[in-house]
Ligand binder design. Structure first.
Ligand SMILES: Cc1cc2nc3c(=O)[nH]c(=O)nc-3n(C[C@H](O)[C@H](O)[C@H](O)COP(=O)(O)O)c2cc1C
Length: 223
């Protein structure tokens, strides 16, 4: 199959409109912050579904779409995840993380306690797939798996933010317990990231350290 179709959904904007769209987008994404205090206010599944559909449009190696998302709203499963994550993180913060990593985390004020894992309305476990192709046939090789899943996760975070939700990217190390809890195939899939999504609590805070973003001179070289 090597058929191509005309590109019919590209929209051209004037250069002025492009600049104002680019500025508006920057202002919108600048308001995204990882937060660690979530309200338990519910969020409709339909909203989460649309954000996941957006994530599934991400560019990826050979369009094999080497990802699977497990969207969790079950209180029981969230509690299981919290218990496992807190046990792992206790070991990490008690020294397994190593001095350098632990001191890099100090300004964020994070610790082994993760109440948001059971309090937030949604946890989304992102899995990467080594094999399977578009139809998850179990044998077709996937390509650029890590890069592809990273981009899809970025799309997901952006979609959730755009919809009006706050998020946290959470990566307990190791994360293999997510494979069991989510009932995924440990031979072919790896847990990639856990996204916490919901409304921020009224007293939610943002670490000063996280608000610093590199200025344009440091961020970019134009050649
Ligand atoms: C791959 C990755 C893993 C992360 N893991 C954690 C985590 O386990 N716990 C946590 O509190 N924050 C975690 N974060 C959030 C970062 O601390 C946060 O993105 C960073 O401080 C910048 O802040 P911002 O997201 O508000 O811009 C992670 C972020 C990324 C991209």
């Amino acid at each position: 199959m090597n058929e191509h179709q005309a590109l019919t959904d590209f929209i051209e904007y004037s250069p002025q409109d492009m600049l104002s769209r680019a500025e508006a987008n920057y202002h919108e994404v600048k308001r995204r912050h990882s937060i660690r205090q979530f309200s338990s206010r519910p969020v409709d599944r339909a909203i989460i579904e649309q954000c996941l559909l957006a994530a599934g449009t991400a560019p990826n190696g050979a369009n094999h779409q080497p990802w699977h998302f497990v969207a969790i709203e079950s209180d029981e499963i969230k509690l299981q995840i919290r218990a496992q994550a807190e046990a792992i993180e206790s070991a990490f913060y008690e020294g397994r993380g190593g001095e350098e990593w632990l001191s890099a985390l100090k300004p964020l004020g994070t610790n082994a306690s993760k109440p948001y894992l059971s309090e937030a309305p949604w946890l989304i476990a992102v899995f990467s797939q080594k094999r399977g192709g578009q139809h998850e046939d179990g044998h077709t090789q996937n390509y650029y798996v890590h890069e592809s899943v990273g981009i899809a996760t970025g799309f997901l975070i952006q979609a959730l933010h755009h919809a009006g939700l706050a998020t946290l990217t959470h990566t307990p190390k190791p994360m293999s317990f997510l494979t069991d809890i989510c009932g995924r195939d440990a031979d072919n899939e790896r847990p990639y990231i856990l996204i916490v999504a919901g409304y921020p609590r009224a007293d939610a805070t943002v670490p000063e350290h996280a608000k610093y973003k590199k200025p344009i001179e440091q961020l970019v070289s134009f050649l």
